[in-house]
Write a protein that binds this ligand. Structure first.
Ligand SMILES: [Zn+2]
Length: 147
C-alpha cells in the first residue's frame, strides 16, 4: 500500500504517545519540552479548525429560515456556538501563553509553590500552571469565596 491518500481526516483528538523518560533524564529536558510543544501545537490547530468550522457553519445557515420560530431556535443555537467559540479562543490564547512559557524554559513548575507539576499531569492538562495540590487548594478557596 504505497499511497497515503486514504489517511482519515483528523478528528478532535489529542492522541499522542505518552512521553517515555530516559534513565536519569532531567525534568523538562529539551526533548520533553519538544514533546509538549508538539502537543500544544496540535491542540491549537484542532481548536482553530473548530473555530473555522463554526464560522462557516453559521455563514451557511444564516437567514435560511423564514419562519420566526425557526429563526428563534437558530439564534439560540448560534449563541451557543458563539459561546463555544469564545471558549475556544480563550483556550487558544492560553495555549499561546503556555508555548511562550516553554520557550522561556519556565514550563512545568507550579507557579504557586515551585514544585514540578509532573509529566503525566501535564499530558492530561498541558496548560496547567499549578501542581495538583495548589490546584486543589485554589478550587477549595474559590468555592468558599463563591458561597
Ligand atoms: Zn504547587
Amino acid at each position: 500500500m504505497p499511497t497515503k491518500a486514504k489517511e482519515k481526516s483528523s478528528q478532535l483528538t489529542r492522541g499522542f504517545e505518552p512521553y517515555q523518560e530516559t534513565k536519569g533524564e532531567e525534568y523538562m529536558s529539551d526533548a520533553m519540552r519538544a514533546h509538549f510543544t508538539a502537543i500544544l501545537n496540535k491542540w491549537k490547530m484542532e481548536l482553530m479548525q473548530e473555530v473555522d468550522r463554526t464560522v462557516h457553519h453559521m455563514q451557511d445557515e444564516a437567514a435560511n429560515f423564514p419562519d420566526p420560530a425557526d429563526r428563534a431556535s437558530q439564534e439560540e443555537e448560534f449563541s451557543l456556538e458563539l459561546r463555544a467559540r469564545d471558549r475556544e479562543r480563550k483556550l487558544i490564547k492560553k495555549i499561546d501563553e503556555t508555548l511562550q512559557l516553554i520557550e522561556d524554559n519556565d514550563y512545568g513548575w507550579c507557579e504557586s509553590c515551585g514544585v514540578e507539576i509532573g509529566i503525566r499531569r501535564l499530558e492530561a492538562r498541558p496548560t496547567a500552571t499549578l501542581c495538583i495540590d495548589c490546584k486543589t487548594l485554589a478550587e477549595i478557596k474559590e468555592k468558599q469565596i463563591g458561597s
